[in-house]
Write a protein that binds this ligand. Structure first.
Ligand code: SAH
Length: 213
């Protein structure tokens, strides 16, 4: 697959759309400019890669809307060198955006098929996150603590392990809810036992599931 001027032009249009929808952090928009989203979709969807819609990426899962990816990334206020734990690698697109912003990314995916596919594309684009096949509910205690935790599937509750693995002063962005709709939450870890939560409205993610394999 190639990244052509046409693709770059389509990215500019998408970036303008994200801007009008409230994505104001230039570093987020710059990352969207630099990551070829069409690499993360099956060839059949190449032309639609830069429209603001979600797609099937295999194993019954979807790549998040560009706006959702941009919104979650903006809420995290990523700084260069941030250690970020992502739950739900999926296509790997969000992972690539975080890498493009200079974060050190650890990402967990529970579907082997997607883990393998994402790894292939991420390697091809020469990004360097640590990708794991496993259960996101458990996080990565061995690599903790993290500056930021990003959950990209709908969590029925806030997993305690993920709160534990967040640095004091760190922030987690997580869509929480049991049904088809979740509430986007940003949680600041004030001390080992104190948290402050803000809500950012309704979103719809595929559910966060326990690993059974
Ligand atoms: N960040 C992804 C979003 C993909 S959708 C992207 O940019 O494409 C959410 C992903 O979360 C799916 O791939 C799904 O398989 C995964 N997922 C669901 N429950 C999980 C869990 N417990 N641990 C890790 N990944 C999980």
């Amino acid at each position: 697959m190639q990244d052509t001027f046409k693709h770059k032009g389509l990215r500019r249009i998408l970036i303008d759309e994200l801007r009008t929808k409230g994505i104001v952090q230039e570093k987020v928009l710059e990352a969207f400019d630099s990551v070829p989203r069409h690499f993360f979709l099956d060839l059949a969807f190449e032309k639609q890669a830069y429209t603001n819609i979600a797609f099937q990426i295999g194993a019954g899962q979807t790549i998040s809307h560009p706006f959702t990816v941009a919104f979650q990334t903006q809420l995290l206020d990523i700084q260069k060198g941030d250690k970020v734990l992502e739950i739900g690698t999926g296509s790997g697109f969000q992972t690539a955006i975080l890498c493009a912003m200079g974060a050190k990314v650890f990402s967990i995916e529970r579907q082997r098929e997607l883990f393998i596919k994402a790894k292939h594309i991420i390697d091809k684009l020469k990004f360097n996150p640590k990708l794991y096949f496993g259960d996101g509910y458990k996080g990565r205690a061995i690599d903790a603590p993290f500056d930021k935790v990003l959950v990209t599937c709908g969590a029925p509750f806030i997993p305690q392990d993920l709160l534990n693995q967040l640095k004091v002063g760190g922030v987690m962005v997580i869509p929480v809810g049991e049904g088809a709709i979740q509430e986007m939450k940003r949680i600041y870890k004030l001390s080992e036992t104190e948290f402050q939560t803000e809500n950012f409205g309704d979103f719809s993610f595929v559910p966060m599931l326990e690993n059974t394999k």
